[in-house]
Design a protein around this ligand. Structure first.
Ligand SMILES: *Cc1c(COP(=O)(O)O)cnc(C)c1O
Length: 369
C-alpha cells in the first residue's frame, strides 16, 4: 500500500504476524454474542493492575476520554488551572480545556519532558493540578514533580498515553500521581484494533466514581445514580489487548533494539537523540530525533524511500485553538526550539536491522558524516 521502502509503521505486517491470535479473539467474542461490558473488559482491567502495580484500572473509549474522566473525577473545572507541557499531542491540553479549566504551560527540558523548575514558577492560587506527559515513552521527572505537588497540595494526573511498559526508578508510568491515563490507539505500543484507553489509580473512590461516570452513571441497568457519559472499551478490544499485553515486553524489547541500533549507527552530530538516564526504562513509542535542517533532512529521506514524521512541528501554545491563552512565539523557547527540529524516524517492531542501517546511512550521508 505504501510507496515507501521503509515505512514509518507497518500495521499490515503486524497483522500478518498476529493473524491467528487476532482471528481467535474475534471468534471468541462474536460467538458468545455479547460485545459490551462483558467479563473480558474486567479481566483486562485486572491484568493492567497486575502489570502496572496500580490498585485500580478503569477502561474507557480512548486516551483522551481517560484524561477527561480523570480531570472530572479530581473535581477540576471552571476557574481552575492545570500546569502542563507544550510538548504533547493536542489531547493533553484539549482535555483540560474541555472540563472548563485553563491550561498553563511550563517549558520542557532537553529530553522534551516538562521541567519541574518551570512548574514551580507557574503556580498560582488557582492551580489545582499538574499534568506531566511522559513524552515518547520517557517518564517525566516524577520525584521532583511529586515534591512540588505535595508542597503546594496539588493533584497530579499523568498523561501516560505513551508509557505503557515504561518505568522510572523501577516504578511503572502512570502510578506516581493520583491518576495515570493511557491510550491504546493503533500507534501506541499496547494497541487495540481501533481506539481504546484506560486509567489507573490507587484511590478507590476515584475509581468508583469514574466506573459509574463512563457508563451513564448506571449502577445497574435500572438505577442511574448520576448523569454520566458513554465511554466504554469494547469487549473485542479488551480481548485483543489482553493478548497483546502478554506480548508487550517482547514488543518493547524489539523497539529498544531499534533505538540502540539507531544510536550506534547515526554518526551525524547534527542529530540529537536524548540519552536514557540510568533510572529510566523507556517504552520507545517513538524514535524522535532533534535534527538540524530538519525539513531538508525529511525531504532527503523521502527521496530515498524513507518515511519520517514531524512529531510535532507546532508546540501546543502556538495552535490557533490556544489563542485565548494569549501566547506568542518566544514564550517557551525550549519547546519551540525542539518543535523546529523534531523528526521521528521509522520505528516499529517489524523493522529489520538492514532497514535501520539504511536509514542511518542515509541520515549520515545527508550531513556528510
Ligand atoms: C495518543 C495520545 C493521547 C490521546 O489518546 P487517544 O487514545 O488517541 O485519545 C493523549 N496524550 C498523548 C501524549 C498521546 O500520545
Amino acid at each position: 500500500m505504501t510507496e515507501f521502502k521503509v515505512p514509518f509503521i507497518d500495521l499490515q505486517q503486524r497483522f500478518i504476524e498476529e493473524k491467528a491470535e487476532l482471528m481467535a479473539c474475534v471468534e471468541r467474542i462474536l460467538s458468545q454474542g455479547h460485545l459490551v461490558m462483558t467479563q473480558e473488559v474486567f479481566d483486562f482491567e485486572r491484568r493492567v493492575t497486575e502489570f502496572t502495580g496500580a490498585k485500580h484500572c478503569v477502561s474507557c473509549a480512548n486516551g483522551t476520554d481517560a484524561l477527561m474522566l480523570g480531570l472530572w473525577a479530581l473535581g477540576i473545572g471552571k476557574g481552575d488551572e492545570v500546569i502542563t507541557t507544550p510538548i504533547s499531542f493536542i489531547a493533553s491540553t484539549g482535555s483540560i480545556a474541555h472540563v472548563g479549566a485553563t491550561p498553563v504551560y511550563a517549558d520542557v527540558r532537553e529530553d522534551q519532558n516538562i521541567d519541574p523548575a518551570e512548574i514551580e514558577k507557574k503556580i498560582t492560587p488557582r492551580t489545582k493540578a499538574i499534568m506531566p506527559v511522559h513524552w515518547s515513552g520517557r517518564i517525566a521527572d516524577m520525584d521532583a514533580i511529586l515534591d512540588i505537588a505535595r508542597k503546594h497540595k496539588l493533584a497530579v494526573i499523568e498523561d501516560a498515553a505513551q508509557s505503557m511498559g515504561a518505568y522510572y526508578k523501577g516504578k511503572h508510568g502512570g502510578t506516581f500521581g493520583n491518576i495515570g491515563t493511557f491510550s491504546t490507539h493503533p500507534l501506541k505500543n499496547l494497541n487495540a484494533i481501533g481506539d481504546g484507553g484506560f486509567l489507573v489509580t490507587d484511590d478507590e473512590n476515584l475509581a468508583k466514581k469514574i466506573r459509574l461516570y463512563r457508563n451513564h452513571g448506571l449502577q445497574d441497568r435500572d438505577t442511574c445514580v448520576m448523569y454520566g457519559v458513554n465511554s466504554r472499551l469494547d469487549s473485542l478490544n479488551a480481548e485483543v489487548l489482553m493478548y497483546r499485553l502478554g506480548r508487550l515486553n517482547e514488543v518493547i524489547g524489539r523497539r529498544q533494539r531499534n533505538v540502540d541500533l539507531y544510536r550506534k549507527k547515526i554518526r551525524a552530530k547534527e542529530v540529537h537523540i536524548p540519552a536514557d538516564k540510568q533510572y529510566e526504562k523507556n517504552s520507545y513509542v517513538m524514535m524522535i530525533t532533534q535534527s538540524e535542517r530538519r525539513d531538508e533532512l525529511q525531504k532527503f529521506l523521502a527521496g530515498r524511500g524513507i518515511q519520517s514524521l514531524v512529531y510535532y512541528g507546532t508546540p501546543l501554545h502556538l495552535h490557533a485553538a490556544a489563542k485565548r491563552l494569549g501566547h506568542k512565539r518566544g514564550d517557551f523557547p525550549k519547546a519551540e526550539h525542539q518543535a523546529d527540529r523534531v523528526l521521528a524516524l521509522p520505528h516499529h517492531q517489524q523493522l529489520s536491522e538492514d532497514q535501520i542501517s539504511y536509514v542511518a546511512d542515509t541520515v549520515n550521508e545527508f550531513y556528510g558524516a
